[in-house]
Design a protein around this ligand. Structure first.
Ligand code: NAD
Length: 262
């Protein structure tokens, strides 16, 4: 596939889960891809090399802690320098913590907001000048069904994803005439390390066995009774990054197995 041949992409938090699937799909579509995570370049090298070999694409890696604004900006600068510009920014990195509001640790709220919301602002701010200059850009924020609806014990995460959806709409309006689109993809439950951790946390707060949590708490929300696959999210990202999606902007498309149709 060469739909994105020559495009230069950065995917934050792309050493696992949805981010890795998105990076792989963009590379398969012909884009050059900058991976990112918190592990060192040495530790990430086997993953980088495997993805480059598998896809035939140029794949690089930059470590950055997105909870730190300067690191988020430096990550965009590193991707721009490595590829000579940046066409696609996928803000994927995110964390979750499940707890009642009155038991939610203050520092976890700060960390969650820093990664899920503030980092999206800092990378977008850093990427936009180059995109405006070239008159083409694609920003895809991985929000969540929790960007549109809520669940108990997830107030900070729900707030963070609603913030991402709002930010996405405003950015889309600002750059609408400049060949740049900005969308917030809203997946339902995708079985990734983030959800595996949630199963454990939900089992604790609901005092239930983990298998029961999957059946009665997590997949109860999803009418298909199946997890969404990371590859399905990745395919949607590739579409949003294509020229065919040039009129899709400011949107928050759902891939949620019917969750929010109820
Ligand atoms: P994951 O835990 O597999 O991936 C999260 C990624 O973010 C990891 O690569 C991790 O290294 C990175 N990350 C976390 N903190 C970071 C930091 N400080 N600096 C740099 N990178 C950091 O989880 P996932 O499920 O693949 O989640 C990816 C995104 O999708 C998140 O924004 C999440 O909120 C969203 N999402 C997930 C689901 C789901 O069911 N899994 C559903 C909807 C939305």
């Amino acid at each position: 596939m060469t739909m994105l041949a020559g495009k230069r992409a950065l995917v934050t938090g792309s050493t696992s889960g949805i981010g890795l699937a998105v990076a792989r799909a963009l590379a398969r579509a012909g884009a050059k891809v900058m991976l990112n995570g918190s592990r060192t370049a040495g530790d990430a090298e086997p993953l980088r090399a495997a993805l480059a070999a598998e896809t035939g694409a140029e794949v690089a890696y930059t470590a950055a802690n997105l909870a730190v604004p300067a690191s988020a900006r430096a990550l965009v600068e590193a991707a721009t320098a490595a590829f000579g510009g940046l066409d696609i920014l996928v803000n994927n990195a995110g964390i979750q913590h499940v707890a009642a509001v009155d038991a939610f640790p203050d520092d976890t709220w700060d960390q969650l907001m820093a990664i899920n919301v503030s980092a999206v602002f800092h990378t977008t701010k850093a990427a936009l000048p180059g995109m405006k200059e070239q008159g083409w850009g694609r920003i895809v924020n991985i929000a969540s069904a929790h960007g549109l609806v809520a669940s108990p014990f997830k107030a900070p995460y729900t707030a963070s994803k609603h913030a991402v959806v709002g930010f996405t709409k405003a950015v889309a309006l600002e750059v609408a005439e400049q060949g740049i689109t900005c969308n917030a993809l809203c997946p339902g439950y995708v079985r990734t390390p983030l959800v595996e951790k949630q199963v454990v946390d939900q089992a604790r707060v609901h005092n239930m066995a983990e298998e029961r949590v999957i059946r009665e708490v997590i997949l109860a929300a999803q009418p298909t009774k199946q997890f969404v696959e990371a590859d399905e999210v990745a395919a949607y990202v590739v579409f949003l990054c294509s020229d065919a999606a040039r009129s899709v902007t400011g949107s928050a498309p759902l891939i949620d197995g019917g969750w929010t149709a109820r």
